[in-house]
Design a binder for this molecule. Structure first.
Ligand code: HEM
Length: 99
């Protein structure tokens, strides 16, 4: 395990895995109540794990055929693009006419 660690596609896999473990361990309601705002903070590490998984997969075989990884990542990227649009870019709603 240690001798393989310097390989890009290996350490990205391990790092993603290391992020997924605390997410899985704290996934129940009890953990959510105990952790308070830290639960949300931990959940946000999902983004890093997702990107690391993409790199892990695309980096297999020296990035020679990353299409599968990119295609599988596309729905996530589309969802994230929608969120950015929804929260930051969409035009403000017109206020209802009070009179
Ligand atoms: C625990 C650390 C990990 C190690 C050591 C590791 C190692 C590997 C290796 C050696 C391959 C290549 C297999 C082959 O050549 O056929 C691979 C492929 C892959 N791994 Fe990981 N991995 C790890 C974690 C993860 C995680 C956390 C994910 C996603 C949640 C993941 C997703 C994938 C995917 C999607 C492939 C490509 C499968 C394919 O299309 O053939 N891996 N991994």
């Amino acid at each position: 395990m240690l001798s393989e660690l310097p390989r890009f596609y290996i350490w990205t896999g391990w790092l993603a895995f290391a992020i997924f473990v605390p997410l899985a361990v704290t996934s129940m309601d009890f953990a959510q109540r105990m952790m308070g705002p830290w639960w949300k903070w931990l959940q946000r590490w999902t983004y890093a794990a997702a990107v690391l998984t993409l790199l892990h997969w695309a980096g297999l075989h020296e990035f020679r055929n990353p299409l599968g990884a990119i295609l599988h990542f596309a729905p996530l990227a589309a969802l994230e693009a929608y969120r950015v649009w929804y929260w930051h870019l969409r035009p403000p709603r017109r206020q209802a006419n009070p009179g």
